[in-house]
Design a protein. Structure first.
Lengths: 124, 370
């Protein structure tokens, strides 16, 4: 079970044919204090790279993109109730939604943790 | 550093911001701290609970001298400048011939001159405007050898009194030349947060010493532009270029309180005919506070609709108010929908969000009244 990352700073963690999606710790540090999240409802079909969720900090709104295509099976209601969890637990309890994977080969194009780390170092 | 960043101007506190770990962003041509490691939310709360120090050295400080600078300035602004007592200050507006707002500013009667503080993004054009319109009547000097800081919050007075004892009894909107650890400063009891506090004008060379002395006090944290914006929005204060600009008049901007009786009667300022007509007959639109339902913020340029779904205006400032504990906004609506508690619909990312017209400030102002 490995965590993969996108260039837009989402992470995806695969368990069987379901993947959990969130934003990276780097992303939350850039967003600042999160005050609101809008998550996709169960049943919504998402396409890789397209808008999936919205996260709003005190200062600005940002889109969260689907790291892979699939159908939403669950949104994190605890995060809706306490959006600050994005800041305190971005890569654990602050997950955004779970998705039924449509095409596992899409995962191959994502970065593993080490590759994401060097991506961050190169870009910033 | 990118080419764009290298072209930015810096304030005398730039190195201190970087040392404190600030995230720097371009603002009005300056490389400015948007937040420090504390973060916007905690910086905001800290200012409301204790005291925050802001670098506002990017703003323009202007000296106006001449035979009667107050009479001269009154030809450009609608405020009562002639009636401003020595040592007192007032908020007013530079207007154009259509009654539109060119900039908002603070004017202080400093005895032998008027001391103006104007917005950073407008300062060059304000000075050009003053020089052109007041040629032969007043001398205009942009004091770019000065720095400006603000110390804001309920503990600001106690902190300032440790350095400038006489600051404690200064009245709100008053001015006091003083000495801070041996260097000359000019204090005003004013600010842009809705809290008690001071603005501190000093020589550029002394700014870092003063900032470090204030930051060494237990109650004081450095606060960035992010929290400055959420603090002023909760306090219901306009941000020039967003909530007011050349297309809005003081009447449309709900700033009638800047139009005193004598000036309403006498006129003698740009746009008087239009403003006088709007005062008599009413304007067609008005700036109002907006309280969205729920927790989702509505940002600048969000469309505002009436109950029937007609577009009636746009949000001009919006975000999350950490002290209000809710999203807060302001914007323009048609006059028919401007009464407090009128239900509105905000269109946020294509979806309707229920809101209502709200009284401002969203958080009570706590100015020192003596």
């Amino acid at each position: 079970m490995t965590r993969k990352f996108t260039k837009d700073h989402e992470w995806v963690l695969v368990e069987g044919d379901v993947a959990t999606v969130g934003v990276s710790d780097f992303a939350q540090s850039q967003l600042g204090d999160v005050v609101f999240v809008e998550l996709p409802e169960a049943g919504r079909v998402l396409e890789q790279g397209k808008e999936a969720a919205v996260v709003e900090s005190v200062k600005a709104a940002s889109d969260v993109y689907a790291p892979i295509s699939g159908t939403v099976v669950e949104a994190n209601q605890a995060l809706v109730d306490d959006p600050a969890m994005v800041n305190s637990a971005a890569e654990t309890d602050g997950w955004f939604f779970k998705i039924q994977i449509k095409d596992a080969s899409e995962l191959d194009g994502l970065m593993d943790e080490a590759a994401y780390k060097s991506f961050l170092e190169e870009a910033h | 550093m990118t080419e764009a960043a290298s072209a930015l101007k810096t304030t005398p506190l730039h190195a201190l911001h970087v040392e404190l770990g600030a995230r720097m962003v371009p603002f009005a041509g300056y490389d400015m701290p948007v937040q420090y490691p504390l973060g916007i939310l905690k910086e905001h709360q800290h200012t409301r609970e204790k005291a925050g120090l802001f670098d506002v050295s990017h703003m323009g400080q202007v000296r106006l001298t001449g035979e009667d600078p107050a009479a001269a300035l009154e030809t450009l602004v609608p405020g009562d400048i002639k009636g401003l007592a020595r040592g007192r200050m007032r908020y007013t507006l530079f207007l154009n011939e259509q009654g539109g707002i060119l900039d908002d500013l603070m004017v202080t009667n400093a005895g032998d001159h008027l001391f103006l503080v104007v917005n950073a993004a407008c300062k060059e054009q304000d000075v050009a405007h003053l020089r052109e319109k007041l040629a032969g009547k007043a001398e205009v000097e942009l004091l770019d050898d000065l720095a400006l800081m603000a110390l804001q919050g309920p503990m600001a007075a106690a902190v300032m009194a440790r350095f400038v004892p006489e600051a404690a009894t200064m009245k709100f909107m008053s001015y006091l030349p003083a000495t801070f650890k041996g260097v000359p400063v000019v204090l005003t009891r004013s600010g842009y947060t809705g809290e008690d506090g001071y603005e501190i004008s000093c020589d550029k060379a002394d700014a870092e010493m003063i900032a470090r002395a204030l930051l060494a006090e237990a109650e004081v944290e450095a606060i960035g532009l992010g929290a400055r914006d959420s603090l002023r929005l909760e306090a219901g204060l306009c941000l020039y270029g967003h909530d007011i600009d050349t297309t809005t008049t003081p009447v449309e901007g709900a700033l009638e309180w800047t139009l005193p009786k004598r000036r309403r009667a006498e006129g003698g300022f740009p746009g008087y005919d239009i403003i006088h007509r709007q005062l008599t007959e009413g304007a067609t639109r008005r700036r109002v506070g907006i309280q969205p339902d729920g927790r989702q913020p509505a940002r600048e340029h969000t469309e505002i609709q009436d109950a029937a779904g007609n577009r009636i205006g746009e949000v001009t400032s919006g975000g999350f108010g950490p002290t209000a504990g809710a999203p807060v906004a302001m914007g323009y609506v048609d006059i028919a929908n401007s009464a407090v508690d009128t239900p509105l619909t905000l269109v946020v990312r294509g979806k309707p969000l229920a809101a209502r017209v709200a009284a401002t400030p969203f958080v009570p102002q706590r100015y020192y009244r003596g």
